[in-house]
Design a protein around this ligand. Structure first.
Ligand SMILES: CCC/C=C/C(=O)SCCNC(=O)CCNC(=O)[C@H](O)C(C)(C)COP(=O)([O-])OP(=O)([O-])OC[C@H]1O[C@@H](n2cnc3c(N)ncnc32)[C@H](O)[C@@H]1OP(=O)([O-])[O-]
Length: 719
């Protein structure tokens, strides 16, 4: 709702009241319409101020309303009525003015912002465009280039930047509402014609067509199949080329197309999924709201390879004191140089001082004795990690949390090496750790809620999206990656090429196909794991046994490449060839094609034509099937956890909502039916066998994803 009061005798003050972010719900819109009518009809009132309660202007349209039947006064006529008002209306922007919130402010005649406020039009991130006149008013106010930037990226700008653009009229460090009220008194009675943005001509640079062409090309390249950024460019183009009313009509048409697309549904789901993962729970019943974290002031990182360096940077940049440990002096010095460079570059980008003094470097593990939390990031070797955990347990002060950055090893085995296994959790970062948003916080059977809460809070403080998951091989992300990679290899054996498989996956929206991604991460990483598991063996016997290991189909293709020293980008050869080691430009490799031909001939495999559908279904459905198993096992508490992990950690296209949401858009019965089909064709591939939970969900009528937790609970209680 909105509260109407009269202040300073002649100013009507409308306060939006819809906690926590004053979203423009039906009740708020009704409140604004009623309050405006009152302010305009009261003769004593000479001007109006609109603000939001609790220091927040507005987070925009109420996203929860998008799924249902719209009720209450619509936003567009409401904003038009404010703009057309005969008395000046001033927006007092505190905290945030986002989306519809900023569009409302653009309908006002003046905008006063607090210096700490941030404004933006993030609709594109929800698969929409600023469809309450924002796409038409913003370019008229700040010019086409700046408007295109804000609208196509959805980025927020500070009050200072907004002032520079001319998006706000004034910024203040004082009480914004008081300043706005005084301002409103000053401008009362002044003519308003020059303050109505919809009447402005659209400021276009001379080469506007070239600009639109360039922006459209960039947007198409980076959108990975998302349609909203393209519609945003089209809407701004309408502002630049059409009169306001026709531009509004075009905005409406584009918005209608976006609204009915599946993409906005997926992105809205994902918006709430990101927030749902913060409300974590453990199978023991421990939860986010009943488990208090312990403050961490000083942390340590053990092992300063690629991951350790990134983690150190992430911690230091967030203001934590860090002890960074590497056992060999030479490696320590190399790491120090690299970390300092990363901090300096990051600080330059953000216009702040580099946090170099936050880090103390050392070669001795004793130097971590007084820290509150340690993140171990040594090589992915269980024996080595166990030794480190034994040392840490002996050296650290009582109560220190001991965390491992393992990407899939058993947390419980590490916990068993320590005196306080309840203080041990996994903190699985993704490379580069100071850039990638995802953090899997892995609890073992002995991990305490205190340790999980502390790791989750630390993750939040260093800017990560943290997801709490159970302990199993590969946790959530890498466990689901296994069947996906496996299918890709089988497809090569059966006749596909790496380029074709990658092309299909990239067209689907992945930033990189599976083979380009493997080349980037390094083929040797998985090879070492498979050797440790007894799967990759040198010189295996030929014939059927080569492709059947531990009772299931196995493709040794990756091992064979590694035996040739083809580790991917770092060696200049992998599934692709590169100009030189370290180069990122992948080119098809004729050697690899002959190698695949010879391999098939040696194993009497006849290459067949494989189409797009089969690549997508086998790679994605096997991964989704593993996702259902993860839910069934209680490793992830809900589908949102899996989807957030995949979007932030594995470049799953956000506009498809994540793998589990994608399954709902395909139809669970179709996923089940196709898995059954492929499992029949490949009975020696267990990952294609549909899991029980998927069958149960289909059996219970494929409920919406928000209801899955109930079915999961029932399935798990029957175990
Ligand atoms: C008509 C077409 C034109 C207009 C289109 C639009 O405006 S589209 C919209 C354009 N606007 C946007 O895209 C802005 C989206 N919002 C944000 O980016 C952030 O929420 C924030 C920066 C406003 C606050 O960040 P923060 O870290 O301080 O807090 P937090 O993120 O944890 O959220 C707190 C709670 O508020 C909830 N909630 C938030 N916003 C909305 C909403 N609009 N609606 C409903 N609910 C919303 C959120 O779910 C959470 O609920 P929970 O889990 O507690 O039950």
């Amino acid at each position: 709702m909105a509260q109407y009061t009269r202040v300073s005798g002649s100013v009507g003050l409308i306060t939006l009241q819809s906690p926590p972010v004053n979203a423009l719900s039906a009740a708020v819109r009704q409140g604004i319409v009623d309050s405006m009518q009152r302010a305009l009809s009261e003769p004593e009132v000479k001007s109006v101020v609109i603000c939001g309660q609790n220091g927040i202007f507005s987070g925009g349209a109420d996203i929860k309303e998008f799924g249902g039947q719209m009720s209450g006064p619509p936003l567009i006529p409401m904003i038009h009525a404010i703009e057309a008002a005969s008395k000046p209306v001033v927006a007092a922007i505190e905290g945030i003015a986002l989306g519809g919130g900023l569009e409302l402010a653009l309908g006002c005649h003046y905008r006063i912002a607090h210096s700490k406020a941030r404004v933006g039009l993030p609709e594109v991130t929800l698969g929409l465009l600023p469809g309450a006149g924002g796409s038409q008013r913003l370019p008229r106010l700040i010019g086409v280039p700046a408007a295109l930037d804000l609208i196509t990226t959805g980025r927020y700008v500070t009050a200072a930047e907004a002032l520079k653009f001319g998006l706000v009229d004034q910024i203040t460090d004082h009480n914004t509402v008081n300043v706005a009220v005084k301002f409103a008194q000053r401008v009362a009675g002044q003519p308003l014609d020059a303050r109505r943005i919809s009447t402005y001509p659209c400021l276009c640079p001379p080469d506007v067509d070239v600009l639109f062409e360039e922006v459209m090309q960039r947007v198409r390249r980076t959108a990975r199949g998302a349609i909203a950024p393209i519609a945003c460019v089209q809407a701004v183009r309408a502002a630049a080329t059409l009169p306001y009313n026709q531009g509004m009509e075009r905005e409406r048409e584009l918005m209608a197309t976006l609204f009915t697309s599946g993409q906005t549904r997926a992105l809205q789901y994902f918006f709430f999924a990101q927030r749902a993962v913060g409300r974590w729970s453990m199978p023991s019943g421990a939860r986010w709201d009943t488990s208090k974290p312990r403050p961490v002031h000083k942390a340590a990182v053990i092992g300063l390879g690629t991951m350790g360096r990134g983690i150190t940077v992430a911690l230091a940049q967030a203001g934590f004191s860090v002890v960074a440990v590497e056992t060999q002096e030479k490696q320590l010095m190399e790491a120090k140089q690299a970390i300092s460079g990363m901090l300096e570059r990051g600080a330059k980008r953000r216009g702040v001082a580099p946090a170099l003094d936050k880090i103390n470097y050392g070669c001795n593990i004793q130097s971590v004795a007084d820290v509150d939390l340690v993140i171990e990031a040594v090589f992915e070797d269980m024996a080595l990690k166990k030794k480190v955990f034994q040392q840490l347990s002996a050296v650290c002060k009582p109560g220190t949390f001991l965390c491992s950055n393992t990407s899939g090893l058993d947390i419980d085995q590490l916990a068993c090496q320590t005196r306080n296994p309840e203080l041990v959790v996994g903190m699985h970062f993704f490379a580069p750790a100071h850039v990638m948003k995802l953090l899997e916080v892995v609890y073992g059977p002995k991990s305490s809620p205190l340790a999980v809460a502390t790791a989750m809070q630390l993750g939040k403080k260093i800017g990560k999206v943290s997801v709490a998951v159970g302990n199993c091989r590969g946790f959530v992300g890498n466990r689901m990656l296994k069947p996906y990679l496996e299918q890709a290899l089988f497809l090569l054996e059966e006749g596909a090429t790496p380029e074709f498989v990658d092309q299909v996956l990239e067209e689907f929206g992945f930033a990189m196909g599976v083979f380009r991604m493997s080349d980037l991460s390094g083929l040797d990483v998985g090879w070492k794991v498979r050797m440790a598991d007894g799967l990759a063996v040198p010189n295996p016997t030929t014939g059927q046994a080569t492709r059947l290991r531990q009772g299931r189909r196995y493709s040794p293709l990756g091992d064979l490449l590694c035996e040739q020293g083809r580790f991917g980008q770092k060696t200049g050869r992998g599934w692709y060839q590169y100009n030189k080691p370290g180069s990122q430009v992948a080119k098809p490799d004729p050697w690899l094609h002959s190698f695949l031909d010879e391999y098939r001939a040696r194993h009497t495999l006849v290459a067949r034509r494989i189409d797009h559908q089969e690549v997508l279904e086998r790679c994605l459905y096997s991964m989704i099937n593993e996702g259902f198993r993860i839910l069934e096992d209680g490793i992830a508490a809900g589908p949102e956890d899996i989807d957030v992990i995949y979007v932030f950690g594995y470049s799953w296209p956000r506009h498809r909502g994540g793998p589990m949401f994608y399954a709902t858009t395909v139809g669970l019965n179709k996923v089940l039916e196709r898995l059954e089909h492929y499992h029949q064709a490949h009975p020696d591939v267990p990952s294609l066998q549909p899991c029980d939970l998927l069958r149960k969900l289909v059996g219970s009528g494929s409920p919406p994803i928000q209801k899955w937790r109930e079915v999961i609970k029932k399935v798990r209680s029957q175990l």
